[in-house]
Design a binder for this molecule. Structure first.
Ligand SMILES: [Zn+2]
Length: 463
């Protein structure tokens, strides 16, 4: 989805300033595990709540099952307790050397082997194996090979192929053999809850949420909530997101599945939907897009002076209507087109200095003034996409300091871009509507259940 770069960036604190994670009134739990990572199937699968049983291997059971079978074949006289409880003397593991080969520019397998004193005859044998040959042919800088060897004689070789598989070569009695090892990905669902004391970022850091999840929350609700200016103490959110695990280890956070944001008494909800082409987007429970045709703000930084038709002009010192919003931002900050449109003016416009005006659908125009310079690919007649850089913040024209002056006009009439009702992006496609509603209902129910447990425990915490 075409998310605006979040105003939250501005809100970030250096990590040293972050409060350490604490569990007070903020908690997590993992529900359902073990869901395949495939587009639409994923969402359907997410409704299962069964925790995956822990992956316990059972080597002990197998050993016990196998050994008694030998009893019948043995001379009874020889049967002793030792047969049933054989003393396990582990065979000493041969100690081999391990090497990590990193492919550099211009490297070949042969060069890597020679440089590391590995046996070239073994390399020739390994290269006879189909899987290995295929891999070696596509050798590229950054590839890594883990080699176990005995004085340069290769015992085994492993190389990751992609996120979910690796190539394993082993030397046995009959020479080398190759196999592809699967590293399946497992998606775990997590719920999190946070109450905002000062900023979204701090609350999320306290809740132990990663930057990625925080940015995604801000991205989903950026069309509704200004995370710098509109956030109030006591605002809260509930979120269900995916975690990606592999081989029993956490790898990274995935996408947000469903989320709810409470801002100053208003509640916004968003549910993810993945279409048949694998494109995902967020919709309200009734299928409207969470996105708007216009971004609330064309820069990532805070507003220095709001829309005020009767303010004192900072340079002319006279009362002149101010028909836009001024965004104080460092010189050179990119200015983003707030909506898809066409450039109808690019040039110097009196006191506005370097100015770009965009024509959008619905007889809306937006204006960006005092630019230091224009984006090089923006000319009169150019079509631009929402979020595309049209220029850079500066102080050309009649200004008292570096800032962006932004205007929004509907049918030629100035409207306050901070409060004007923005046209909505397209709702969920008709052909997906039924499916979306069927998928979102259980997700919203899970969120509701999670909220209830949080609110119930919060009631106990209250003094
Ligand atoms: Zn202004």
């Amino acid at each position: 989805m075409n998310r605006p770069a979040s105003p939250l960036l501005h809100d970030y604190k250096p990590s040293a300033a972050q409060k350490p994670a604490k569990s007070k009134a903020l908690s997590w739990f993992a529900v359902g595990l073990g869901i395949p990572l495939i587009g639409v199937a994923l969402i359907t699968a997410l409704s299962t709540d069964d925790p995956q049983p822990p992956a316990t291997d059972t080597p002990v059971m197998r050993a016990v099952n196998e050994s008694p079978l030998t009893v019948d074949e043995m001379d009874p006289a020889e049967i002793t307790a030792d047969v049933f409880e054989p003393e396990i003397v582990p065979e000493p593991e041969p100690i081999f050397d391990k090497l990590t080969l990193k492919v550099g520019r211009g490297d070949t397998m042969e060069r890597l082997f020679r440089r590391n004193g590995l046996d070239i005859g073994h390399l020739m044998q390994i290269a006879q194996l189909d899987e290995a040959r295929k891999r070696f042919r596509r050798i590229k800088p950054g590839d890594v090979y883990e080699v176990t060897h005995d004085e340069g004689l290769v015992v085994s070789l492993y190389s990751r192929l992609d996120l979910t598989s690796g190539l394993q070569i082993d030397r046995g009695e009959k020479g080398f053999s190759a196999k592809i090892i699967d590293h399946p990905i497992e998606i775990r669902k997590r719920h999190a809850y946070g109450v905002i004391e000062s900023s979204l970022y701090e609350s999320a850091a306290t809740a132990g949420l990663s930057d990625k999840v925080i940015m995604n929350i801000a991205g989903i609700f950026a069309w509704d909530v200004d995370f710098v200016l509109d956030i109030r103490e006591g605002d809260s959110y509930y979120v269900q997101f995916e975690e990606i695990w592999q081989d029993g280890s956490y790898v990274t956070d995935g996408e947000i599945v469903v989320a709810e944001f409470h801002n100053d008494g208003r509640t916004s909800q968003a549910v993810r939907f993945v279409d048949e082409n694998g494109r995902s987007d967020y919709f309200t429970p009734d299928g409207r897009s969470v996105r708007k045709a216009f971004l609330r703000s064309p820069v990532d930084f805070r507003v220095s002076s709001s829309f005020n038709p009767n303010r004192l002009h900072p340079v002319l010192k006279t009362r002149r209507p101010h028909r836009g919003v001024d965004y104080a931002a460092p010189r050179g900050t990119p200015i983003k087109a707030s909506g898809d449109g066409k450039v109808i003016f690019r040039g110097v416009k009196g006191g506005y200095g370097n100015t770009v005006i965009l024509q959008h659908g619905g007889n809306i125009t937006t204006l960006y003034a005092h630019m230091q310079r224009f984006a090089s690919n923006v000319r009169t007649g150019t079509r631009v996409r929402q979020g595309q850089t049209v220029g850079y913040v500066g102080d050309t024209g009649l200004v008292s300091g570096v800032h962006l002056h932004y205007e929004y006009r509907l049918n030629g009439v100035h409207r306050n871009p901070r409060t004007v009702e923005l046209p909505q992006a397209a709702p969920i496609a008709d052909k997906y509507r039924a499916k979306f509603l069927a998928q979102s209902a259980p997700l919203l129910q899970e969120l509701e259940d999670f909220k209830r447990t949080k609110l119930a425990s919060a009631a106990f915490d209250a003094p």
